[in-house]
Design a protein around this ligand. Structure first.
Ligand code: ADP
Ligand code: MG
Length: 271
């Protein structure tokens, strides 16, 4: 576990009643993003902490993917601030986000079917020896270690990705993110294309990543998945954050009502 002994007074921005702990891994304030006349995100505040899974929910077009793209350095906000460990940060490129320990598993996973698991995990970052030779033995070794750590049911890191199931591919993409030593994992609809059993495995994988102390952000349309895995549930509607609750503080019917009506069930009932 990380030492909690950091001074709490040293951080700017600790004045809004959150001063008792060290700053979250990532703190967003007032984030805005428009595409032409479409407002994708409006004045979004969000804190993401290590060891916590946050589910982003909301109808299509609510702004969830835009937020993830911002955190992974793919698009820049028009306005607002992002702090990492309490320090103002500019997520100017995917490489910058990666340097900060932010790894993204996109919906298409970006894997090469004709290559094996180990090769995919090191794609573009192959270790070399003697300056030029790809160190295949080290790749197999390290890939195996990460796969075992994540308790992923893969036959071998020498299996071609093209021969894997959807859930196994998702696991390879997560393992690749872990290999890069990330502190935060972003997943956009990781179970959307999977069956029930495979989705279950991905949920277990997310739990494993959380138990290693990473922050996890997962976008999902699946209520069961959300209530299974999230510590916190954040709801977006038309680019605005309309709810940000501990899972225990939110009933299923409230989430449904927030998604459909933009307010909680009792409020919807009063209308
Ligand atoms: N690259 C883009 N160009 C133009 N409009 C975009 C772009 N990305 C997202 N949008 C728009 O921004 C809004 C939010 O989209 P998005 O973040 O993808 O929502 P979600 O992931 O919640 O479905 C939508 O109205 C969408 O059409
Ligand atoms: Mg989306």
């Amino acid at each position: 576990m990380k030492s909690p002994s950091l001074s709490t007074t040293a951080y700017a921005g600790a004045s809004n009643g959150e001063s008792s702990e060290r700053p979250p891994f990532l703190r967003m304030r007032g984030l805005c993003k428009s595409f032409g006349h479409v407002t994708a995100l409006s004045e979004v505040d969000l804190d993401l902490r290590e060891g916590q899974v946050v589910a982003l929910c909301g109808d299509n077009g609510a702004g969830k993917s835009t937020l993830v793209s911002m955190l992974s350095g793919v698009i820049e906000p028009d306005d607002g601030t992002i702090e990492v460990d309490g320090q103002p940060t500019y997520m100017t490129s995917p490489l910058r986000a990666q340097e900060l320990g932010i790894a993204t598993v996109y919906q298409n996973l970006a894997l090469v079917e004709q290559r094996d698991v180990a090769a995919n995990m090191f794609l573009g970052q192959e270790p070399v020896r003697l300056g030029v030779i790809v160190d295949r033995a080290r790749m197999v070794d390290e890939a195996t270690r990460v796969i075992q750590r994540l308790r992923v049911g893969l036959p071998s890191v020498r299996t071609l990705v093209g021969d894997l199931s959807g859930g196994q591919r998702q696991a390879v993409a997560v393992a690749r993110a872990m290999l890069r030593g990330s502190r935060m994992l972003l997943m956009d609809e990781p179970t959307a294309a999977l069956g029930v059993r495979e989705s279950r495995r991905v949920i277990e994988l997310i739990q494993e990543v959380r138990s290693e102390g990473q922050a996890v952000v997962v976008i999902s349309h699946n209520m069961e998945d959300v209530f299974d895995v999230a510590d916190r549930i954040v709801v977006f509607r038309l680019g605005r954050k309309i709810a940000d609750e501990e899972r225990a503080g939110l009933q299923r019917e409230d989430l449904v009502s927030l998604l459909v009506h933009g307010c909680r069930s009792e409020e919807a009932g009063e209308r």
